[in-house]
Design a protein around this ligand. Structure first.
Ligand SMILES: [Zn+2]
Length: 337
C-alpha cells in the first residue's frame, strides 16, 4: 500500500488523515517526482512517488565503500550517542527493558553500541553488504537481512525498544511502518525515531551542506535558488532517496494516530554530540594547519562554520535546526484493564 493515497477526490495525507489538494513546493523537471506539501499539517512528500524498482535498486550495496573496514571513530561516536539515548530511556522505560530492535540499522554500529550497553539487540537491514559487515566484522549474530516490510510479514516477537534512526523518510508508506512498529513494541515500550527536520533552515548555514543541497535541488527542481530554498524548505526530500519530510508537530500527530505517545522531543543541530556526531566543528589547530598549508578554500569554509556556530545553536533552540528525535511510548494496555 502506498501513501499518500490518491482517489478521485484527491490525496489523503498519511500524517493528518485529511483529504487534501497538495501544494506544489518544487517542481521536478527531470523525472516528474514533484515535492508537495499538505496544506493542513505541512507534511512534505514526493508525489507521484518513483517506481518501486527504482527505489529498491537505490539501496543495494549503498554502504559498500564504508563497509570495507572497521571504523574506530564511528564506533566511538555510536557508543557516545547510545549513552545519550539511554539517559532519556532511563527516565521513561520500565526496569525490565532489555530487548531492542534496530530497524534499517545499516552497518550496525548503533546496534553494537546498544548491545555493549546491555541490550539484547536484533538488527534488521536489507542491504546485503551492510548486513554482512554487521555480522562478520561487528559480530552482530542476530542480524536479519530483510527489508522492514519482509521482517514485519513474519515477525511475532515483541521488543522493549525500537530504534528507527533516519529510516522513516525513506519509507514509501510511513504510517504503515509506524503501525507495524507499534504492534511489535511491548506494552510500555519506547520508540526512538529520528529524521531530518523539514522545518529546519540550518542546512543553508553550513558551508558543505548548503552547497550539497543547492546543487542537488538545482540539478532537478525549480525553483532552486538559495533564497527560494530558504522560503520553500523542501528539506530534505530528495527522490528516490528521501520520500517524506517531517516536522515535530506532524510526526507527533502521526505517532499518536498509531498509538504512540511522544514523551520527549528534541531538535538538534549538525554536530550534536548525541544525535549527529559525524559532523565535527573545526578546531583552532585545523585552522592553523589550513594557513600553514595555504588551504585557502578550506580556511574560508572553516571560518564560515565558526562565524555561524552561535546562530546554529540559536536555530536549535527555536526548532529550526537540521534533525528531530522523538521518544514515543506505547500505552501500557494492562493499565486500562
Ligand atoms: Zn496532513
Amino acid at each position: 500500500m502506498r501513501e499518500n493515497r490518491e482517489s478521485s477526490k484527491g490525496v489523503t495525507c498519511c500524517a493528518c488523515g485529511s483529504s487534501i489538494k497538495p501544494v506544489l513546493i518544487l517542481e521536478n523537471f527531470k523525472d516528474g517526482w514533484h515535492i508537495m506539501r499538505c496544506p493542513q499539517c505541512e507534511l512534505t512528500f514526493v508525489h507521484p512517488q518513483p517506481p518501486l524498482e527504482i527505489i529498491s535498486s537505490y539501496y543495494n550495496g549503498m554502504y559498500s565503500d564504508l563497509a570495507a573496514e572497521y571504523n574506530e571513530q564511528q564506533m566511538l561516536w555510536a557508543k557516545n550517542s547510545v549513552k545519550g539515548y539511554c539517559s532519556i530511556l532511563d527516565k521513561h522505560k520500565s526496569e525490565k527493558t532489555h530487548t531492542l530492535l534496530d530497524l534499517g540499522g545499516g552497518l550496525g554500529y548503533y546496534s553494537k553500541a546498544f548491545e555493549e550497553a546491555g541490550f539484547s539487540v536484533t538488527l534488521v537491514e536489507q542491504d546485503p553488504v551492510s548486513a554482512k559487515f554487521a555480522k562478520k566484522v561487528l559480530g552482530m549474530s542476530n542480524t536479519i537481512e530483510k527489508s522492514t516490510e519482509e521482517f514485519f510479514a513474519d515477525n511475532h516477537n515483541k521488543y522493549d525498544v525500537v530504534f528507527l534512526r533516519h529510516v522513516i523518510e525513506h519509507s514509501t508508506a510511513p504510517d504503515v511502518l509506524l503501525s507495524e512498529v507499534q504492534k511489535c513494541l511491548s506494552d510500555g515500550g519506547v520508540l526512538i525515531i529520528e529524521t531530518d527536520n523539514n522545518a529546519g533552515i540550518e542546512l543553508l548555514f553550513t558551508y558543505g551542506t548548503a552547497a550539497f543541497y543547492t546543487n542537488l535541488y538545482r540539478s532537478s527542481f525549480l525553483p532552486s535558488s538559495y533564497f527560494s530554498l530558504m522560503v520553500k524548505r523542501p528539506f530534505s526530500v530528495d527522490p528516490p532517496r528521501h520520500l517524506y519530510g517531517f516536522r515535530i508537530p506532524n510526526l507527533s500527530k502521526m505517532l499518536r494516530k498509531n498509538g504512540l505517545e511522544p514523551v520527549e522531543t528534541k531538535c538538534y543541530r549538525l554536530g550534536h554530540p548525541v544525535y549527529w556526531p559525524n559532523f565535527q566543528s573545526p578546531t583552532l589547530r585545523d585552522m592553523l594547519s589550513n594557513i600553514r598549508h595555504l588551504q585557502v578554500k578550506r580556511f574560508v569554509a572553516n571560518t564560515i562554520h565558526i562565524i555561524f556556530l552561535p546562530f546554529r545553536f540559536l536555530l536549535e533552540r527555536v526548532g529550526l535546526a537540521s534533525g528531530i528525535c522523538i521518544y514515543a511510548m506505547k500505552k501500557d494496555t494492562r493499565d486500562s484493564r
